[in-house]
Design a protein around this ligand. Structure first.
Ligand code: SF4
Length: 243
């Protein structure tokens, strides 16, 4: 049975070799943006559980900041201290704004719910959903709405068992950080769910299965723009990039 998630599909589109490293559990670097976004998600879950959101954020950030260099393996080319300070301040600001705009806390039993769905053909779709319900909500700390994917939203509807209402709750890390909601109406049509299963998930799963049987053929995309230390967290362990 091949287990596949949105994260794997997203990585596959960027460079299939990333998926190999991910499935092999290779150590990888992370950026301040990714680290503090994880801290933001942690804080929102704590808030749903009646804890102080900003205290939880500070606690989680301190855990990250005190990890050894070996564990966090941050790459100085894109994780300089100044960037870290800015990212942390922006996310703290966004958490305050989000909570002020959403005084009703989510049901904690419906937050960060891990779901699986057997799609047949030996494929198990998995995912962790930030907030289940009507609508399904995915929190995004991002610098622009253009980075959000309709395919990810549809995958969450598939995991939810069928057509579902879905919203991205965006926390935009701009010069003046702001929160906004982006509904994705395409998640409410079964035909869209079927198109993503048959046109995205299953073909990629088949390619991964083929590559696993023939590791020497595992494809890499070293010519792509995203093959840079700044964008690929496996740069430090990969021997396929050009420069
Ligand atoms: S460094 Fe380049 S070739 Fe290697 S996994 Fe990353 S994107 Fe792919």
């Amino acid at each position: 049975m091949l287990t596949i998630s949105w994260s794997i599909i997203d990585s596959w589109h960027k460079c299939p070799l990333r998926v190999r490293y991910e499935l092999e559990g290779k150590s990888h670097s992370t950026s301040w943006a990714m680290s503090y976004a994880e801290c933001g998600h942690y804080a929102l879950k704590a808030w749903a559980n009646d804890k102080d959101c900003l205290e939880a954020f500070a606690h989680r950030c301190a855990e990250y900041e005190h990890r050894t260099v070996d564990i966090k393996n941050w790459d100085g080319t894109f994780t300089d201290t100044e960037t870290g300070i800015i990212q942390k301040a922006q996310i703290k600001d966004l958490l305050q704004k989000y909570i002020a705009a959403n005084p009703t806390k989510p049901d904690p039993s419906m937050t960060e719910v891990f779901l699986t769905r057997d799609l047949g053909d030996g494929i198990l779709l998995t995912g962790r959903i930030d907030k289940l319900g009507i609508p399904i909500v995915d929190y995004k700390f991002t610098s622009s709405p253009k980075y959000l994917s309709k395919i990810q939203a549809i995958i969450y509807s598939i995991l939810n068992g069928g057509p579902s209402e879905f919203e991205y709750h965006m926390m935009i890390k701009a010069r003046n950080p702001y929160c906004d909601v982006m509904p994705i109406p395409e998640t409410q049509k079964q035909e869209n769910l079927d198109r993503v299963i048959d046109g995205v998930i299953k073909p990629i799963a088949r390619e991964i299965q083929t590559a696993q049987e023939n590791p020497e053929l595992w494809e890499a995309h070293p010519h792509e723009f995203l093959c840079q230390a700044r964008y690929c967290s496996y740069w430090n362990v990969c021997d396929k990039h050009f420069i």
